[in-house]
Design a protein around this ligand. Structure first.
Ligand SMILES: NC(=O)c1ccc[n+]([C@@H]2O[C@H](COP(=O)([O-])OP(=O)(O)OC[C@H]3O[C@@H](n4cnc5c(N)ncnc54)[C@H](O)[C@@H]3O)[C@@H](O)[C@H]2O)c1
Length: 452
């Protein structure tokens, strides 16, 4: 069989992959409490903390942060939960290294710190002997960072899961279910992105997390302390994973398919500067900042199996939130923005959208059918529950995580690759194969049953 035939067959096999009943693919969970530690209990870390505290199969053994306000909020949450106060590490930016040595032992670690810390904290955790690392989105800054994380995970046989929650969004999972049952036919083109007006996230008044001022860095709080600097110094798709994660599952990236090449284009940068002028006036010191990040960055990716992907990063301009998904095959497509699905021969009328909800309800993923009660009240419409649930259940079973280091590297590396492409005048850049050829043999594992 030549490579083309192999890839085609793998794609077709995966397209017809049905949902298997729970228990057929994974061994049953051990009846033990696992020990979890956390680095970073900022606003995102507190979401994860809430989910960890709700579970009776997890003992929170240690937390680390360097911001007293964040730590106070985290401690209040722990006290309110009635759970035992974990060991607390703070005081300097390397306090987390001491935490990794605690005698209680750590089965899994959750990292929710600024992007520039992720690589060092993931590798530090791996080298300290921790076998399960759940890192918030982006696992590094440079392309080399991504290779370093992959190589460390391979060397120490550690599981690195990027906690990409959008993969668990209810509509996204229903669409994945439909893709796997072949309703859209063979996959052809997919779109997604991060289209979120972050102006009040990138600037605040130092007391509130969102807006109220134009401060960044030391004078700001939460993400405006660090995230905005990436918009000053970098131009690329700085946040690809919410868009690419769900798409990657639909076309079995790293499992019979892979990203082959990429090219990015960026617009001029106007939104952040204008925001400062409008909110705080031309005399505000930050009105002098020159932002490198183009307001809209568009990236095209080619895949080994012949699909194309379009990703958009749009965080500096006024706009309502949308991830802009489109999943299109030979038989029809889903688009999230118009809440529409069309399937030839099955939709109510030719050339007219069906209301997506009817299809999404019918093909609700078994994970949502089973766990939606537990997911209620957790962040981002319930999807945050699933990502932590999946991480914890993998640890309990001593099993590979549903999204692994190769997924994390491929999705997160879009950022440095898009920066390179823009830097080189929109040149098409070859996408590295982090699996070292294993993508041809690896099988889909994400959300194959209703367990986790
Ligand atoms: N998946 C999602 O939906 C989602 C949503 C928000 C944020 N995030 C991601 O979560 C991560 C954290 O974002 P956030 O919103 O919580 O930011 P944040 O600024 O609110 O929190 C970051 C925390 O890390 C702490 N920190 C920084 N350096 C540290 C160090 N050396 N040691 C220990 N703690 C340190 C900070 O004090 C802060 O409390 C980022 O990767 C972000 O992109 C993901």
């Amino acid at each position: 069989m030549n490579r083309k035939e192999f890839v085609k067959n793998t794609g077709l096999a995966a397209a017809t992959l049905a949902i298997l009943p729970a228990g057929e693919l994974f061994a049953s969970a051990a009846d033990t409490k696992i020990k979890i530690a956390m680095i970073g209990v900022g606003l995102r870390g507190q979401n994860h903390l809430d989910l960890v505290l709700r579970r009776n199969d997890v003992e929170l053994v240690a937390i680390c942060d360097i911001d007293d306000r964040m730590l106070t909020r985290a401690k209040e949450m722990i006290t309110k939960s009635g759970k035992k106060m974990p060991q607390i590490f703070t005081g300097d930016i390397y306090a987390w290294k001491k935490m990794l040595e605690i005698k209680a032992g750590i089965d899994g670690i959750i990292i929710a710190t600024p992007w520039e810390w992720h690589k060092e904290m993931i590798i530090g955790s791996i080298e300290a002997g921790i076998k399960y690392i759940g890192s918030e989105v982006m696992i590094g800054i440079t392309l080399q960072d991504h290779w370093d994380v992959v190589k460390a995970a391979e060397k120490y046989k550690a599981h690195v899961m990027m906690l990409e929650n959008v993969c668990y969004r209810r509509d996204v999972m229903a669409v994945l279910n439909m893709v796997r049952q072949g309703l859209f036919g063979e996959m052809i083109h997919l779109q997604g992105g991060y289209q979120h007006d972050l102006r009040d996230v990138k600037f605040n008044d130092g007391t509130k997390a969102y807006g109220g001022g134009c401060e960044i860095g030391d004078k700001a709080w939460s993400e405006a302390r660090w995230r905005t600097h990436h918009s000053i110094h970098r131009n690329g798709d700085l946040y690809p994973t919410h868009g690419i994660g769900p798409i990657a599952h639909c076309i079995n990236i790293n499992r019979g398919n892979r990203f082959v090449n990429l090219a990015s284009f960026s617009t001029k940068a106007r939104g952040l500067h204008q925001h400062i002028i409008k909110k705080c006036g031309p005399d505000h010191p930050n009105a002098k900042i020159s932002f490198k990040l183009g307001d809209v960055v568009t990236t095209s990716i080619g895949c080994a199996n012949g699909e194309t992907i379009l990703l958009q990063h749009d965080t500096n301009l006024p706009r309502p939130y949308s991830l802009g998904f489109r999943v299109q095959g030979t038989e029809g497509l889903w688009m999230d923005l118009n809440k529409g699905i069309y399937i030839e021969g099955k939709s109510t009328k030719p050339h007219q959208w069906d209301e997506a909800k009817v299809w999404l309800d019918k093909y609700d993923h078994p994970l949502w059918a089973k766990w939606s009660k537990e997911a209620q009240g957790s962040g981002h419409g319930g999807m945050d529950f699933y990502v932590i649930h999946s991480f914890v259940e993998s640890i309990k079973r001593n099993a590979p995580t549903a999204m692994d280091v190769y997924d994390a590297a491929a999705w997160s590396a879009i950022t440095p690759l898009s920066e390179m492409s823009i830097e080189k005048g929109n040149e098409t850049i070859e996408f590295p194969d982090f699996t070292g050829g294993q993508w041809m043999y690896r099988k889909p594992v994400f959300a194959l049953n209703d367990e986790y």
